[in-house]
Design a protein around this ligand. Structure first.
Ligand code: NAD
Ligand code: GLY
Length: 364
Protein backbone atom coordinates (compact mmCIF):
# COMPACT_ATOMS: atom_id res chain seq x y z
CA UNK A 1 0.00 0.00 0.00
CA UNK A 2 1.41 3.34 -1.06
CA UNK A 3 1.66 5.73 1.92
CA UNK A 4 3.21 8.76 0.22
CA UNK A 5 5.06 9.87 -2.86
CA UNK A 6 7.54 12.69 -2.46
CA UNK A 7 8.83 14.44 -5.53
CA UNK A 8 12.47 15.53 -5.49
CA UNK A 9 13.65 18.18 -7.94
CA UNK A 10 17.40 18.47 -8.49
CA UNK A 11 18.22 20.94 -11.26
CA UNK A 12 16.51 19.68 -14.43
CA UNK A 13 15.86 16.28 -12.92
CA UNK A 14 12.74 15.34 -11.01
CA UNK A 15 11.99 11.95 -9.52
CA UNK A 16 9.52 10.22 -7.22
CA UNK A 17 10.28 8.72 -3.83
CA UNK A 18 7.56 6.15 -3.16
CA UNK A 19 7.05 5.13 0.49
CA UNK A 20 4.75 2.32 1.61
CA UNK A 21 4.39 -1.37 2.32
CA UNK A 22 4.32 -4.25 -0.14
CA UNK A 23 5.66 -2.05 -2.95
CA UNK A 24 8.48 -4.21 -4.27
CA UNK A 25 6.42 -6.50 -6.41
CA UNK A 26 4.23 -3.73 -7.86
CA UNK A 27 5.21 -3.43 -11.55
CA UNK A 28 3.47 -0.05 -11.84
CA UNK A 29 5.98 1.61 -9.50
CA UNK A 30 9.22 0.31 -10.99
CA UNK A 31 8.57 -0.47 -14.68
CA UNK A 32 8.19 3.18 -15.81
CA UNK A 33 11.76 3.84 -14.61
CA UNK A 34 13.45 1.05 -16.57
CA UNK A 35 14.70 2.87 -19.63
CA UNK A 36 15.65 0.07 -22.03
CA UNK A 37 14.79 -3.60 -22.23
CA UNK A 38 17.63 -4.62 -19.87
CA UNK A 39 18.46 -3.93 -16.23
CA UNK A 40 21.23 -4.95 -13.87
CA UNK A 41 20.19 -5.59 -10.28
CA UNK A 42 23.12 -4.79 -7.98
CA UNK A 43 22.67 -6.09 -4.46
CA UNK A 44 24.72 -8.02 -1.94
CA UNK A 45 24.90 -11.61 -0.78
CA UNK A 46 22.61 -10.93 2.22
CA UNK A 47 19.90 -8.75 0.69
CA UNK A 48 19.82 -10.15 -2.86
CA UNK A 49 18.39 -13.57 -1.95
CA UNK A 50 15.74 -11.94 0.29
CA UNK A 51 14.20 -9.47 -2.15
CA UNK A 52 15.46 -10.16 -5.68
CA UNK A 53 12.63 -12.68 -6.31
CA UNK A 54 9.99 -9.93 -5.77
CA UNK A 55 11.78 -7.62 -8.16
CA UNK A 56 12.12 -10.38 -10.73
CA UNK A 57 8.36 -10.89 -10.53
CA UNK A 58 7.68 -7.17 -10.91
CA UNK A 59 10.00 -6.95 -13.92
CA UNK A 60 8.82 -9.99 -15.86
CA UNK A 61 9.09 -8.14 -19.16
CA UNK A 62 12.62 -6.85 -18.53
CA UNK A 63 15.80 -8.83 -19.19
CA UNK A 64 17.15 -8.75 -15.64
CA UNK A 65 20.82 -9.46 -14.98
CA UNK A 66 22.14 -9.70 -11.39
CA UNK A 67 25.38 -8.83 -9.66
CA UNK A 68 25.79 -9.45 -5.92
CA UNK A 69 28.59 -7.78 -3.97
CA UNK A 70 30.09 -9.20 -0.81
CA UNK A 71 28.37 -7.72 2.26
CA UNK A 72 30.00 -4.92 4.25
CA UNK A 73 31.36 -1.39 4.37
CA UNK A 74 34.83 -2.87 3.76
CA UNK A 75 33.68 -3.63 0.20
CA UNK A 76 32.53 -0.09 -0.62
CA UNK A 77 35.66 0.38 -2.71
CA UNK A 78 36.78 1.31 -6.19
CA UNK A 79 37.86 -2.32 -6.72
CA UNK A 80 34.22 -3.43 -6.36
CA UNK A 81 33.07 -0.73 -8.77
CA UNK A 82 35.66 -1.99 -11.25
CA UNK A 83 34.31 -5.53 -10.78
CA UNK A 84 30.74 -4.35 -11.39
CA UNK A 85 31.85 -2.44 -14.50
CA UNK A 86 33.61 -5.57 -15.74
CA UNK A 87 30.36 -7.48 -15.25
CA UNK A 88 28.52 -4.83 -17.29
CA UNK A 89 31.08 -4.90 -20.10
CA UNK A 90 31.23 -8.71 -20.29
CA UNK A 91 27.41 -8.79 -20.29
CA UNK A 92 27.44 -6.32 -23.23
CA UNK A 93 25.29 -3.83 -21.34
CA UNK A 94 24.74 -0.62 -23.25
CA UNK A 95 23.95 2.88 -22.11
CA UNK A 96 20.26 1.90 -22.11
CA UNK A 97 20.71 -0.57 -19.25
CA UNK A 98 19.17 0.58 -15.97
CA UNK A 99 21.00 -0.28 -12.76
CA UNK A 100 18.78 -1.17 -9.80
CA UNK A 101 20.45 -0.74 -6.40
CA UNK A 102 18.86 -3.12 -3.87
CA UNK A 103 20.25 -2.93 -0.35
CA UNK A 104 21.52 -0.62 2.35
CA UNK A 105 23.63 2.47 1.91
CA UNK A 106 26.73 0.47 1.00
CA UNK A 107 25.02 -1.13 -2.00
CA UNK A 108 23.26 2.13 -2.90
CA UNK A 109 26.46 4.17 -2.84
CA UNK A 110 28.47 1.55 -4.75
CA UNK A 111 25.78 0.79 -7.35
CA UNK A 112 24.98 4.49 -7.70
CA UNK A 113 28.63 5.35 -8.36
CA UNK A 114 28.83 2.46 -10.84
CA UNK A 115 25.78 3.90 -12.63
CA UNK A 116 27.40 7.35 -12.64
CA UNK A 117 30.60 6.16 -14.32
CA UNK A 118 29.57 3.26 -16.57
CA UNK A 119 29.74 4.62 -20.12
CA UNK A 120 29.60 8.10 -18.54
CA UNK A 121 26.29 7.38 -16.87
CA UNK A 122 23.35 4.98 -17.10
CA UNK A 123 19.96 5.37 -15.40
CA UNK A 124 19.52 3.88 -11.95
CA UNK A 125 16.79 3.17 -9.42
CA UNK A 126 17.30 3.04 -5.66
CA UNK A 127 15.55 0.34 -3.63
CA UNK A 128 16.86 0.91 -0.09
CA UNK A 129 16.35 -1.88 2.45
CA UNK A 130 17.81 -0.42 5.66
CA UNK A 131 16.18 2.36 7.67
CA UNK A 132 19.32 4.44 7.28
CA UNK A 133 19.23 4.12 3.50
CA UNK A 134 15.46 4.75 3.39
CA UNK A 135 15.65 8.02 5.33
CA UNK A 136 18.96 9.25 3.98
CA UNK A 137 21.40 7.41 1.72
CA UNK A 138 19.05 6.57 -1.17
CA UNK A 139 17.73 10.13 -1.49
CA UNK A 140 19.57 13.08 -3.00
CA UNK A 141 22.07 11.60 -5.44
CA UNK A 142 25.27 11.36 -3.43
CA UNK A 143 27.17 8.29 -4.56
CA UNK A 144 30.64 7.33 -3.40
CA UNK A 145 33.09 4.65 -2.38
CA UNK A 146 35.76 4.77 0.30
CA UNK A 147 39.52 5.20 -0.08
CA UNK A 148 41.87 3.66 2.48
CA UNK A 149 42.69 7.21 3.59
CA UNK A 150 39.14 8.49 3.91
CA UNK A 151 35.47 7.67 3.72
CA UNK A 152 33.44 8.51 0.59
CA UNK A 153 36.51 10.12 -0.97
CA UNK A 154 35.71 8.92 -4.51
CA UNK A 155 32.25 9.79 -5.73
CA UNK A 156 29.81 11.77 -7.81
CA UNK A 157 26.51 13.56 -7.50
CA UNK A 158 24.25 11.37 -9.60
CA UNK A 159 20.49 11.31 -9.15
CA UNK A 160 18.37 8.16 -9.52
CA UNK A 161 15.27 7.86 -11.70
CA UNK A 162 13.19 6.84 -8.70
CA UNK A 163 13.47 5.66 -5.10
CA UNK A 164 11.23 2.80 -4.03
CA UNK A 165 10.96 2.46 -0.24
CA UNK A 166 9.16 -0.68 0.90
CA UNK A 167 8.87 -0.63 4.70
CA UNK A 168 8.26 -4.40 4.72
CA UNK A 169 11.94 -4.92 3.92
CA UNK A 170 12.79 -3.65 7.41
CA UNK A 171 11.24 -6.74 9.01
CA UNK A 172 14.39 -8.78 8.40
CA UNK A 173 16.79 -5.98 9.34
CA UNK A 174 18.85 -6.76 12.48
CA UNK A 175 17.86 -4.58 15.45
CA UNK A 176 21.28 -2.94 15.70
CA UNK A 177 20.94 -1.77 12.07
CA UNK A 178 17.43 -0.43 12.71
CA UNK A 179 18.61 1.56 15.69
CA UNK A 180 21.49 2.94 13.65
CA UNK A 181 18.95 4.28 11.14
CA UNK A 182 17.11 6.13 13.90
CA UNK A 183 20.17 8.41 14.24
CA UNK A 184 19.46 9.89 10.79
CA UNK A 185 15.76 10.26 11.64
CA UNK A 186 16.68 12.26 14.76
CA UNK A 187 19.20 14.25 12.70
CA UNK A 188 16.45 15.48 10.36
CA UNK A 189 14.38 16.70 13.30
CA UNK A 190 17.31 18.50 14.90
CA UNK A 191 18.44 20.26 11.75
CA UNK A 192 15.13 21.24 10.17
CA UNK A 193 11.91 20.74 12.09
CA UNK A 194 11.32 21.14 15.83
CA UNK A 195 7.75 19.79 15.45
CA UNK A 196 9.14 16.64 13.85
CA UNK A 197 11.72 16.35 16.66
CA UNK A 198 8.85 16.50 19.20
CA UNK A 199 6.95 13.89 17.21
CA UNK A 200 10.03 11.60 17.32
CA UNK A 201 10.28 12.14 21.09
CA UNK A 202 6.63 11.12 21.42
CA UNK A 203 6.79 8.14 19.03
CA UNK A 204 10.29 6.77 19.59
CA UNK A 205 9.02 3.59 21.22
CA UNK A 206 6.76 2.88 18.23
CA UNK A 207 9.63 3.61 15.85
CA UNK A 208 11.82 1.13 17.74
CA UNK A 209 8.95 -1.40 17.72
CA UNK A 210 8.48 -0.82 13.96
CA UNK A 211 4.84 0.22 14.09
CA UNK A 212 4.02 0.32 10.34
CA UNK A 213 2.11 3.64 10.28
CA UNK A 214 4.67 5.37 12.48
CA UNK A 215 7.57 4.03 10.41
CA UNK A 216 5.95 5.22 7.19
CA UNK A 217 5.51 8.69 8.63
CA UNK A 218 9.10 8.84 9.96
CA UNK A 219 10.51 7.75 6.60
CA UNK A 220 8.27 10.02 4.52
CA UNK A 221 8.91 13.09 6.70
CA UNK A 222 12.66 12.47 6.69
CA UNK A 223 12.60 12.12 2.89
CA UNK A 224 10.57 15.34 2.59
CA UNK A 225 13.07 17.27 4.69
CA UNK A 226 16.02 15.88 2.79
CA UNK A 227 14.35 16.47 -0.61
CA UNK A 228 13.62 20.07 0.25
CA UNK A 229 17.25 20.72 1.21
CA UNK A 230 18.63 18.90 -1.86
CA UNK A 231 16.26 20.78 -4.19
CA UNK A 232 17.71 24.01 -2.82
CA UNK A 233 21.36 22.99 -3.04
CA UNK A 234 22.00 19.79 -4.98
CA UNK A 235 25.80 20.04 -5.16
CA UNK A 236 26.35 21.10 -1.55
CA UNK A 237 27.55 24.63 -2.21
CA UNK A 238 25.78 25.79 0.94
CA UNK A 239 22.70 24.58 2.74
CA UNK A 240 23.03 20.86 1.91
CA UNK A 241 26.04 20.73 4.23
CA UNK A 242 23.49 20.95 7.07
CA UNK A 243 22.49 17.34 6.29
CA UNK A 244 25.93 16.39 7.55
CA UNK A 245 25.04 17.41 11.10
CA UNK A 246 26.95 15.06 13.40
CA UNK A 247 28.91 13.58 10.50
CA UNK A 248 32.24 15.39 10.93
CA UNK A 249 32.57 13.80 14.36
CA UNK A 250 30.89 10.59 13.17
CA UNK A 251 33.13 10.03 10.15
CA UNK A 252 36.21 10.67 12.29
CA UNK A 253 35.04 8.02 14.79
CA UNK A 254 34.36 5.51 12.00
CA UNK A 255 37.70 6.20 10.41
CA UNK A 256 39.63 5.96 13.71
CA UNK A 257 37.96 2.67 14.67
CA UNK A 258 38.25 1.18 11.19
CA UNK A 259 35.18 0.99 8.96
CA UNK A 260 32.61 -1.49 10.21
CA UNK A 261 33.51 -1.47 13.92
CA UNK A 262 30.75 1.02 14.73
CA UNK A 263 27.86 1.28 12.30
CA UNK A 264 27.60 4.57 10.42
CA UNK A 265 24.38 5.49 12.25
CA UNK A 266 25.97 4.74 15.63
CA UNK A 267 28.80 7.12 14.84
CA UNK A 268 26.22 9.71 13.71
CA UNK A 269 24.35 9.24 17.02
CA UNK A 270 27.49 10.12 19.00
CA UNK A 271 28.25 12.84 16.45
CA UNK A 272 24.85 14.49 17.00
CA UNK A 273 25.43 14.64 20.73
CA UNK A 274 28.94 16.00 20.17
CA UNK A 275 27.60 18.66 17.77
CA UNK A 276 24.99 19.64 20.38
CA UNK A 277 27.66 19.70 23.08
CA UNK A 278 29.92 21.95 21.01
CA UNK A 279 26.98 24.21 20.06
CA UNK A 280 26.25 24.61 23.75
CA UNK A 281 29.92 25.38 24.54
CA UNK A 282 29.84 27.99 21.75
CA UNK A 283 26.89 29.65 23.48
CA UNK A 284 24.65 28.95 20.47
CA UNK A 285 22.37 26.27 21.87
CA UNK A 286 20.43 26.37 25.13
CA UNK A 287 21.70 23.66 27.51
CA UNK A 288 18.13 22.34 27.87
CA UNK A 289 17.97 21.68 24.10
CA UNK A 290 21.39 19.99 24.14
CA UNK A 291 20.13 17.75 26.94
CA UNK A 292 16.96 16.91 24.95
CA UNK A 293 19.06 15.84 21.98
CA UNK A 294 21.32 13.70 24.14
CA UNK A 295 18.32 12.18 25.92
CA UNK A 296 16.65 11.18 22.64
CA UNK A 297 19.85 9.67 21.23
CA UNK A 298 20.32 7.76 24.50
CA UNK A 299 16.71 6.52 24.48
CA UNK A 300 17.21 5.25 20.95
CA UNK A 301 20.01 3.04 22.25
CA UNK A 302 22.73 4.84 20.31
CA UNK A 303 26.19 5.77 21.61
CA UNK A 304 26.54 9.34 22.86
CA UNK A 305 30.33 9.58 23.21
CA UNK A 306 33.34 8.59 21.12
CA UNK A 307 35.19 5.50 22.31
CA UNK A 308 37.93 6.54 24.74
CA UNK A 309 40.71 4.77 22.85
CA UNK A 310 40.35 6.84 19.67
CA UNK A 311 39.73 10.33 21.05
CA UNK A 312 43.34 11.40 20.53
CA UNK A 313 43.02 10.80 16.76
CA UNK A 314 39.69 12.48 16.16
CA UNK A 315 40.73 16.09 15.68
CA UNK A 316 43.22 15.23 12.94
CA UNK A 317 40.74 12.95 11.20
CA UNK A 318 38.10 15.70 11.30
CA UNK A 319 40.37 17.86 9.13
CA UNK A 320 40.08 15.29 6.34
CA UNK A 321 36.32 15.77 6.31
CA UNK A 322 34.95 16.89 2.95
CA UNK A 323 33.36 19.92 4.62
CA UNK A 324 36.81 21.20 5.54
CA UNK A 325 37.58 24.00 3.09
CA UNK A 326 40.88 25.77 2.30
CA UNK A 327 39.94 28.14 5.11
CA UNK A 328 39.92 25.33 7.68
CA UNK A 329 37.44 23.18 9.53
CA UNK A 330 33.73 23.93 9.05
CA UNK A 331 31.30 22.37 11.48
CA UNK A 332 27.55 22.02 11.43
CA UNK A 333 26.24 23.27 14.74
CA UNK A 334 22.77 23.66 16.22
CA UNK A 335 21.22 27.08 16.89
CA UNK A 336 18.05 25.58 18.32
CA UNK A 337 16.20 22.29 17.81
CA UNK A 338 14.96 22.60 14.23
CA UNK A 339 17.73 24.94 13.07
CA UNK A 340 21.36 24.14 12.24
CA UNK A 341 24.08 26.23 10.64
CA UNK A 342 27.57 25.98 9.20
CA UNK A 343 30.15 27.49 11.53
CA UNK A 344 33.77 28.30 10.69
CA UNK A 345 36.49 29.26 13.16
CA UNK A 346 35.39 27.17 16.11
CA UNK A 347 37.95 27.57 18.94
CA UNK A 348 40.21 24.51 19.14
CA UNK A 349 39.94 24.36 22.93
CA UNK A 350 36.16 23.90 22.69
CA UNK A 351 36.51 21.15 20.09
CA UNK A 352 39.00 19.40 22.38
CA UNK A 353 36.55 19.70 25.27
CA UNK A 354 33.78 18.17 23.18
CA UNK A 355 35.95 15.32 21.99
CA UNK A 356 36.08 14.34 25.62
CA UNK A 357 39.18 15.81 27.06
CA UNK A 358 37.17 18.35 29.04
CA UNK A 359 34.02 18.03 31.10
CA UNK A 360 30.53 18.78 29.77
CA UNK A 361 27.40 17.35 28.24
CA UNK A 362 29.23 14.85 26.06
CA UNK A 363 31.34 13.55 28.95
CA UNK A 364 28.44 13.60 31.42
P1 NAD B 1 24.71 -1.36 5.00
O1 NAD B 1 24.44 -1.02 3.62
O2 NAD B 1 26.05 -1.93 5.33
O3 NAD B 1 23.60 -2.36 5.53
C1 NAD B 1 23.67 -2.83 6.85
C2 NAD B 1 23.60 -4.36 6.94
O4 NAD B 1 22.25 -4.75 6.82
C3 NAD B 1 24.33 -5.08 5.85
O5 NAD B 1 24.90 -6.27 6.39
C4 NAD B 1 23.24 -5.42 4.86
O6 NAD B 1 23.55 -6.54 4.06
C5 NAD B 1 22.11 -5.73 5.79
N1 NAD B 1 20.78 -5.51 5.26
C6 NAD B 1 20.36 -4.48 4.47
N2 NAD B 1 19.04 -4.55 4.30
C7 NAD B 1 18.61 -5.63 4.98
C8 NAD B 1 17.34 -6.20 5.21
N3 NAD B 1 16.24 -5.61 4.75
N4 NAD B 1 17.26 -7.33 5.92
C9 NAD B 1 18.37 -7.90 6.46
N5 NAD B 1 19.61 -7.38 6.31
C10 NAD B 1 19.71 -6.27 5.58
O7 NAD B 1 24.54 -0.08 5.98
P2 NAD B 1 23.59 1.20 5.92
O8 NAD B 1 23.53 1.67 7.30
O9 NAD B 1 22.37 0.96 5.15
O10 NAD B 1 24.42 2.26 5.05
C11 NAD B 1 25.65 2.78 5.51
C12 NAD B 1 26.36 3.36 4.31
O11 NAD B 1 25.57 4.39 3.74
C13 NAD B 1 27.69 3.99 4.66
O12 NAD B 1 28.63 3.58 3.73
C14 NAD B 1 27.43 5.48 4.53
O13 NAD B 1 28.57 6.19 4.17
C15 NAD B 1 26.38 5.52 3.45
N6 NAD B 1 25.55 6.71 3.46
C16 NAD B 1 25.39 7.37 2.30
C17 NAD B 1 24.60 8.50 2.25
C18 NAD B 1 24.38 9.20 0.95
O14 NAD B 1 23.78 10.28 0.95
N7 NAD B 1 24.77 8.63 -0.15
C19 NAD B 1 23.98 8.97 3.40
C20 NAD B 1 24.16 8.25 4.59
C21 NAD B 1 24.94 7.12 4.61
N1 GLY C 1 23.85 12.48 3.80
C1 GLY C 1 24.09 13.85 3.51
C2 GLY C 1 23.66 14.26 2.15
O1 GLY C 1 23.09 13.51 1.40
O2 GLY C 1 23.91 15.37 1.79
Amino acid sequence: MLYATISLTAGEHQYPIHVGSDLLSDPALITPHIQGRRALLISNETVGPLFAPSIRRALEDVELDEYFLPDGEAFKTLDRVTDAVEHLIRGEHTRDTTIIALGGGVVGDTAGFTAAVYQRGVPFVQIPTTLLAQVDASVGGKTAVNHALGKNMIGAFYQPQAVLIDTDTLKSLPERERIAGVAEVIKHGVLADSGYFEWIEAHLDEILAQDPAVMSHAIARSCEIKSEVVADDEKEKGRRALLNLGHTFGHAIESALGYGEWLHGEAVGAGLVMAADLSMRMGMLAPADAVRIKRLVTRAGLPVMPPEGVRGQLRELMSRDKKASDAGLRLILVRRIGEAEVVESVPEALIADTIGIGEGLCAA
